[in-house]
Design a protein. Structure first.
Ligand SMILES: [Zn+2]
Length: 270
């Protein structure tokens, strides 16, 4: 449970952090992106989603929240789109590593990088670099918790769509204008049946959506910037999604706590 007076690292003094690490040495680094989310959702959607999930997890478990990253790494086809500010993979990977290294100096032993944006290409590289240094790091992308129809969604989560817009309506409705929402999308360069979309359960013969150059650059391909069906979105679906994701992350935190005492690092070292 939360014992410190504020949720976030940046709101605490050094001494308050050093006191709190005696209660829990698990820290979550929420990472989002600055990316256009169609005509109806804000460019900070992924950032706000990461904050919303992380705050709810910290409220239930007491884990530390590291200062979040509003910029994210992006696949090649996101670049050059107005409203989107991508960080290169090398920069982003280096940033993630430096943040975890810095936080570990205060005594944190277990880290969860919680991403609300598709940036596995940098989170996985960062996690492996940190693993070689002996750090215990889990990386999560929130849409992975939506697979196998665990929610009431009618469409698999992609971008500024039913899922993301529902979460936006639940967490930050003041930035959403549903009168501007349009259902839209592009045409993949090979048959869509081979591609596992975010939020879609994998079947044999399918490739993960970041395993290929499946799409033309978005600034050429997309009219609205939406990929999916935001017209199906509602606040109630968003609440279900957020609660499912938070439950899952809390379960992971509880598992770590059941296996390792505070101050004990899981044996990642050689
Ligand atoms: Zn998004």
């Amino acid at each position: 449970m939360l014992k410190r007076k504020h949720l976030w690292w940046q709101e605490l003094t050094k001494d308050e952090i050093l006191e709190d690490v005696k209660n829990t040495d698990i820290a979550i680094l929420p990472i989002g992106a600055t990316e256009q989310h169609g005509p109806h959702c804000p460019c900070g959607s992924d950032y706000f989603n990461a904050l919303g999930l992380a705050e709810k997890v910290a409220g239930r478990t007491g884990v530390m929240l590291l200062p979040p990253l509003p910029y994210g790494a992006h696949p090649y086809h996101h670049w050059y789109m107005p409203g989107t500010i991508p960080v290169g993979y090398d920069t982003h990977t280096a940033l993630l590593c430096d943040i975890i290294r810095g936080a570990s100096q205060a005594g944190y032993k277990k880290f969860i990088i919680l991403s609300a944006h598709g940036q596995v290409a940098s989170t996985l590289v960062a996690m492996n670099k940190l693993g070689l240094e002996g750090h215990f790091v889990l990386t999560m992308h929130w849409y992975d918790f939506l697979r196998d129809n665990q929610t009431d969604l009618e469409t698999p989560m992609v971008h500024a769509d039913e899922a993301e817009t529902s979460v936006a309506l639940y967490l930050y409705p003041q930035y959403v204008d549903m009168s501007k929402a349009v259902d839209d999308g592009g045409t993949p360069l090979i048959d869509a049946k081979f591609q596992i979309k975010p939020g879609m359960a994998a079947k044999p013969g399918m490739m993960y959506h970041f395993e290929g150059t499946f799409a033309r650059p978005e600034y050429l391909e997309l009219k609205s910037g939406v990929i999916g069906t935001p017209s199906l979105a509602c606040k109630e679906k968003g609440e279900v999604i957020v609660n499912k994701c938070v439950d899952y992350i809390v379960e992971v935190v509880n598992d770590i706590n059941s296996r390792y005492a505070v101050g004990e690092k899981p044996p990642v070292d050689r």
